[in-house]
Design a protein around this ligand. Structure first.
Ligand code: TRP
Ligand code: ZN
Length: 865
């Protein structure tokens, strides 16, 4: 006899073109949970209605479930069978029925963190994308929307708090048990179902909506964490007000709950009326969270809240439409954070993330359009492309039509599709109709993968002085898409006139809609300073050869802060790429430009801190034909040291005064702390003898985590006694706070020291390291893959460590294991020796028996290149 579960099935590829509407709908669902950590009994009653014209069996998906009993219209039913893990119920020629299925699940042994699982003695769910089928049999596709009624019962002492979606309509006690009945009036797909049971405390507040309704707000955490929930609560209220003001969207239930969980695969989840969060994006106080952590909390709270409209009220027809909710919601949370803080700094951060995470994805073997055509495992498609490039696509539409017309478009979208499971095409059509724009060509952004390149050049007519900007676009081939059509690329441009003959041009929006386009700029006596793709109006790479003098001028004078940042970054990149390729090149232009930026730092220190930061090692590598990680590290450190030395007194002056009090979270205070961190890093790169002592003093004097972590990270790069002391003090002080302990692992994996791979190997054996917690895994191994020279150590030790991790983690948590693979897939960008080592590790992973679908898909696609 063959055991079906031990023979890995060939991965099945799902195609977007195969979509068929569901044959059965389920208007109502009643779920009854008898809660237990090792065994939870789930009784599901589905009221099913046939939408197919002719009799078809009801297909309910399951994952790891066995039906304990099946009833149809209250009668015991035997006309069912299991097809693989799916339950097929034959309902004859019925057009409607009530189908009841009982199952039992074991939350304690659910290490995948998908479905119903136990975390620190509490029960919690994660159903997106396909986790509901791990709780009960169900079609589990987002175009099946139901009203849910959930009864949950459990031991009062173990589970004092019982939460689910919607409103609590009844509760009671039964011996040592108690129960609660929850009802969610809004039809929703199964991926938005949630349930939490445990010993939790609440931060309560309320919000009055624009129509005057009162909404009760609750943030639920473990005892001891309550005083770290204030920032999340403020962010929630700010988000609710912002969505009313900017999009006209009001919250639609009387209750909005958030629960923080420490074991969580992603950032957070937008379950209707009951968001579930990674503790990392809820808990913050000045002693334990950095300013960046604070911004992360605000952004993710907003993101999940905004999903209530962009995702929940209007959901996705199928998972190929994922960017419909994610791209739009990221755009909304980015806009919110920009409004709450500094738009220029927020834009710089968003573009930096896009370039660090999405551009490499788009240039590698896992490249896919924001609306993919096929997948094997949908969890692998929660990518920077779907989220961050998706947000850029929405942003381009908003840029082309302006805020008022964009609002007309989104109003029409919400109005037309409220209560529906919609498609990306529905969104584009609503913007076309509401905003009055033809997006025919623009739709290619949904179809074609790969980052477009735009080559720019300006020429002059010697007789007339007429200048012309020549633009040419190419979209690179990507897996399955060898030939590309020209995209519609909106470029904000502005020409600055240095000698007054013409005058500065007003900014204009050039729509590059063909392979080549000539844009007349008018007559100029001398070459104008041209600022292109201002504000990063399109997610493209602009190749525009400019001299240092031009870039320096733009870095100092452009009136668009993002363009100033870009010009300085380009100047640094040009200098670094030349150095890495062995060209002798002076650093003066970079040093002068940084000095000038620092002179203006008083007005906006956060902007200055961002602008003077050298490009990352990975981004320098992206500019090269073959990445040379060691030369990049060497030259980047050399330039950093040269800048540190040349501007020593400036950096020391920044550090001289006291840091702003950690509790001061104003924009100015955050900006000053950021600049101090940058100053310390520049000084550290000089190797001056007093730096470890200075960093240790900063570490010891710090009254908050921003300064403390920055100083610790600086020390961690070096080899001083202060390094050992600071790491030890930090560990002793925070060993009981998991989120802060993550930082302790992370700074060591980020270290520029040559022994970092060995250190990571050692840290993986530390008593506080565990594969059971995704945050801890990311803090150690995720940080290593972000440390280019360490991960790409020439002997392949970094690759081996990551492959070992994937192999060890896959049986426990395939979603998180699969997320560690893409760095190994970038082999094509490296020399032959590294290519061979990286491919060998991918092959070793694929040779493991019983590999998950998640890891199989990522590793096999990565190997194809
Ligand atoms: N929808 C969630 C968000 O973007 C993402 C998410 C949370 C998720 N948990 C997940 C996706 C687990 C896949 C698997 O906010
Ligand atoms: Zn989201």
């Amino acid at each position: 006899m063959t055991d079906a579960s031990s023979t890995p099935a060939m991965p099945v590829t799902i195609h977007r073109g195969d979509y068929r509407p569901p044959e059965w709908q389920i208007p109502d669902i009643a779920l009854d949970f008898a809660l237990g950590i090792d065994a939870t009994r789930v009784a599901a009653a589905l009221s099913v209605v046939r939408h197919a014209d002719t009799p078809v069996p009801l297909v309910l998906r399951g994952d790891g479930l066995t039906p304990a009993a099946v009833r149809v219209d209250a009668e015991v039913w035997n006309d069912w069978r299991l097809d693989g893990s799916d339950l097929i119920v034959d309902l004859g020629d019925r057009t409607a029925a009530t189908v009841e299925v009982d199952t039992v699940v074991d939350p304690a042994s659910n290490t995948q963190l998908s479905g119903l699982y136990a975390s620190n003695g509490m029960l919690s769910t994660q159903c997106e994308a396909e986790g509901f089928r791990r709780i009960t049999f169900h079609p589990d596709r987002p175009d099946v929307l139901s009203r849910y009624k959930v009864r949950m019962q459990g031991d009062k002492a173990k589970f004092p708090i019982l939460l689910s979606n919607g409103n609590c309509i009844d509760r009671g006690e039964e011996g040592s048990d108690h129960w609660a009945l929850w009802e969610d009036p809004w039809p929703k797909p199964s991926y938005l179902f949630a349930l939490v049971a445990g010993d939790l405390v609440v931060n309560r507040d309320s919000f009055t909506t624009m129509s005057g309704r009162n909404v009760e707000l609750g943030i639920w955490v473990r005892d001891g964490d309550l005083d770290r929930t204030g920032h999340a609560m403020q962010a929630l209220k700010d988000s609710m007000a912002w969505d009313e003001r900017v999009y006209g969207r009001e919250y639609d239930l009387d209750l909005f709950n958030i629960v923080a969980v420490s074991d969580f695969n992603m950032g957070a989840m937008e379950n209707k009326g009951l968001n579930i969060f990674n503790t990392r994006y809820i808990l913050a106080d000045p002693d334990t969270a950095t300013d960046m952590d604070y911004d992360g909390v605000e952004g993710v709270v907003a993101h999940e809240y905004f999903h209530n409209w962009s995702g929940n009220r209007v959901t996705c027809r199928d998972w190929f439409q994922l960017s419909l909710k994610e791209g739009f919601t990221v755009f909304r949370d980015q806009s919110f954070s920009a409004d709450m803080g500094s738009p220029a700094v927020k834009r710089i951060e968003d573009v930096r993330l896009l370039r660090a995470a999405q551009f490499p994805e788009d240039a590698g073997p896992l490249a896919h359009p924001i609306r993919p055509d096929s997948y094997q495992e949908i969890s692998n498609f929660y990518t920077a492309t779907i989220y961050n490039k998706g947000a850029e696509i929405i942003r381009m539409m908003a840029t082309m039509v302006g805020p008022d017309r964009f609002r007309k478009g989104t109003d029409l979208y919400f109005d037309r599709h409220d209560g529906e499971a919609a498609t990306c095409e529905d969104f584009v059509r609503a913007i076309e109709d509401g905003a009055g724009i033809d997006l025919t060509q623009f739709r290619r952004w949904y179809e074609q993968a790969g980052t477009p390149r735009v080559a720019a050049r300006v020429d002059a007519n010697a007789a007339t002085g007429e200048r012309t900007l020549h633009l040419a676009q190419t979209v690179p081939p990507t897996p399955g898409q060898p030939d590309k059509q020209p995209m519609l690329i909106p470029l904000r441009i502005k020409a600055f006139d240095l000698d007054g003959g013409h005058g500065d041009e007003a900014e204009r929006l050039v729509l590059l809609d063909r392979a080549e386009l000539a844009v007349p700029l008018g007559p100029y006596r001398s070459r104008p300073m041209l600022s292109i793709n201002r504000g990063f109006s399109a997610p493209v790479i602009v190749d525009f050869a400019r001299e240092d003098g031009e870039l320096a001028w733009l870095a100092a004078h452009d009136d668009d802060p993002f363009a100033r940042y870009e010009a300085l970054q380009q100047l640094m990149l040009d200098t670094l790429v030349a150095a890495v390729s062995g060209e002798a090149r002076a650093n003066d232009a970079v040093i002068d430009a940084i000095a000038r930026t620092l002179e203006g730092a008083g007005e906006d220190p956060a902007f200055a801190a961002e602008a003077v930061l050298l490009p990352s090692e990975a981004f320098i590598g992206d500019q090269m034909v073959t990445v040379d990680p060691d030369a990049i590290r060497r030259e980047r450190l050399a330039l950093q040291g040269a800048i540190g030395t040349a501007l020593e007194s400036e950096w020391r002056a920044i550090l001289a005064g006291a840091a702003p009090p950690a509790a001061d979270l104003s924009r100015a205070a955050k900006g000053r702390r950021r600049l101090r961190g940058v100053a310390l890093a520049y000084l550290a790169a000089t190797g001056m003898a007093d730096i470890p002592a200075l960093a240790f003093k900063t570490f010891s004097d710090a009254d908050g985590m921003t300064e403390r972590q920055a100083a610790l990270a600086t020390l961690a790069h070096g080899d001083s006694d202060e390094r050992v002391a600071a790491l030890d003090i930090f560990y002793q002080r925070y060993r009981d706070n998991p989120l802060v302990l993550d930082k302790w692992f992370q700074v060591q994996a980020w270290s520029l020291r040559p022994d970092t791979v060995d250190a990571v190997k050692e840290l993986a054996r530390h008593a506080d390291f565990t594969l059971a917690n995704p945050n801890r895994v990311r803090a150690l191994y995720g940080a290593l893959t972000g440390n280019q020279a360490a991960f790409h150590q020439a002997d392949g030790a970094g690759y081996r460590l990551i492959a070992d991790l994937v192999i060890a983690l896959d049986p426990k948590n395939p979603q998180t294991a699969a997320r560690m693979i893409p760095p190994l897939g970038r082999w094509k960008r490296f020399d032959e020796g590294r290519q061979r080592l990286m491919r060998a590790e991918l092959e070793r992973i694929l040779a493991q028996p019983g590999l998950s679908r998640d890891v199989t898909e990522q590793a096999s696609k990565s190997l194809l290149g």
